[in-house]
Design a protein. Structure first.
Length: 177
C-alpha cells in the first residue's frame, strides 16, 4: 500500500528489465487504438496483435491486444523506453499503481459497485468500503522523493479515474487521511 511520505515512482528503465513492458500482455479499447494511431503515428497493424493482417478483437471490454515480439511489447525500444510514450494505453499509464476497494475487517476486495459508491468511498463517506492505493511490489522504480499528501491524493484519484474509467471524479476529491 502507498501512503503519503512513501517514495514516488520514477521509471528506472536502465536499472531494471522493464518488467511491465515484458511480463504483461496489454489489452486496450478502441479509443486507445485511435490515440496510438493519432499521437503515436503508428499503423495499427504494427502495434496490435493481428491475424491474417487484421487486428484480433476479442469479445471483451478491452478487445485488442498490443503486439509482442521477442518476449516484450512491440513498442518497447532498444533503450528499454516506450517508443509511443505520449500515446501509450491506459494500462501502461496506470502501472505500477492500482486502486482497490476493500471491506474493513475482512479485507475482502469489493468489485462491481457503482461509480457513485466508489466516489463516496474515496471521499471517506462509506464506512463499508475502504479505498487503497497499491503498488506493484516487483517494480524497482519507487526511488523518488517522498510524496507530499497533495501529490499522493492526486495520484490516488488519477489512478482511480483511469482504472475505473470514471471521468467525472474530481482531482480535488477528498480522500481519507
Ligand atoms: S506501449 Fe509502451 S509502456 Fe506500454 S507496454 Fe508497450 S513499451 Fe511498455
Amino acid at each position: 500500500m502507498i501512503v503519503p511520505g512513501d517514495p514516488a515512482f520514477l521509471c528506472q528503465a536502465e536499472l531494471c528489465s522493464a518488467h511491465c513492458c515484458k511480463a504483461f500482455s496489454v489489452a486496450l479499447r478502441g479509443d486507445e487504438v485511435t490515440r496510438l494511431e493519432r499521437l503515436g503515428r503508428v499503423n495499427r497493424q504494427r502495434f496490435l496483435e493481428c491475424e491474417g493482417g487484421e487486428p484480433i478483437a476479442l469479445p471483451l471490454a478491452d478487445p485488442f491486444l498490443l503486439a509482442r515480439e521477442d518476449g516484450h511489447c512491440a513498442m518497447l525500444g532498444a533503450d528499454l523506453r516506450c517508443t509511443v510514450y505520449d500515446a501509450r494505453p491506459n494500462a501502461c499509464r496506470l502501472y505500477p499503481h492500482q486502486v482497490v476497494f476493500v471491506e474493513p475487517g475482512t479485507g475482502r476486495r469489493v468489485t462491481n459497485v457503482s461509480h457513485s459508491s466508489y466516489r463516496k468511498a474515496l471521499a471517506g463517506g462509506d464506512e463499508a468500503l475502504v479505498p487503497l492505493l497499491l503498488r506493484h511490489l516487483e517494480c524497482p522504480g519507487f526511488t523518488g522523493p517522498p510524496m507530499q499528501e497533495s501529490e499522493w491524493a492526486a495520484l490516488f484519484v488519477e489512478t482511480y479515474r483511469l482504472q475505473y474509467r470514471d471521468q467525472d471524479v474530481s482531482l480535488q476529491q477528498p480522500l481519507p487521511a
